[in-house]
Design a protein around this ligand. Sequence first.
Ligand SMILES: [Fe+2]
Length: 330
Amino acid sequence: MIEFGSESPQRRSRVLVADDTDSVRSLYSKLLDVDGHEVIGASDGAAALAAVYEHHPDVVLLDVGMPRLDGLEVCRRLKADPATRLTPVVLVTGLSELQDRIKGIEAGADEFLSKPVHPMELRARVGALTRMKQVLDMLDSAEAAFMTLALTIEARDPTTNGHCERLARQAVALGKALGLSAADLQALHRGGYLHDVGKVGVPDAVLLKPGRLTPEEFELMKRHPDIGDALCAPLQSLRTVRPIIRCHHERLDGSGYPRGLKGEEVPLLAQIVAIADVYDALTSHRPYRPALSPEETARHLLQEAAEGKFDPFHVDVFLDVVQPTALPVA
Ligand SMILES: [Fe+2]
């Protein structure tokens, strides 16, 4: 078994082997060591669970029959925790124990190995799962980097404090009220944070200008949706968010930017974020104007909907969701 704690910048994949039989742990360790994995051992379920949180393995190999907590229960707990549910779990079961496999599927196990474990199969399974985990980790950290970038851009402008977080929350609330799918709600949440990520390409002198922009400055500002879209293009995990980034300043009557799209050309999720974006901008203080009251903002949004910029039904539902008691009397 390899000593834990000797991390190099490109660390080896780490595998947790949980089995109450010393000779089995030792055999698995030797086999996985050949492929360069770093192996951590645990002799019962409770120790396995503790080791996952302490060492963050890339793959967890669990014997089903272990003292303290059995492998099924450890698996269930790992898959129920958002912090560990993406860690692949392999359950090692008896050859003919169909019931264990069915319970394992229900517990969320990613793979199964039958006893006696064939060395080649063990190495192949663990190898495939560590590669998958590495891809997941890369996506995870790329998205995290983008979220950080979005919040950094927000931090450049002290007048927009908390805008992204409020926008994400309100866009999701409108999406929920419209009965959108979980995938759409996730895109709205990410879009709330990332919609203005392209402002990284807008100079401070324009982004932070306290007064009205000149036509030339506005042309620069109008580039931020396309800059953001191009930034996110390499990330497959952000493909559903890109239409929001690209189109959150488009308006249904064609008066928006950068393309002047009309009606159904404007993606639904972008329409939703646009309503929340305008609402939050108007209810926030700016150096050149005070914040509007919720009632004034509602009137403004309803007026823009009447002019054809937004879907009136979406605006009605949005106002119902964000300010149920503050709707203006017609
Ligand atoms: Fe924007």
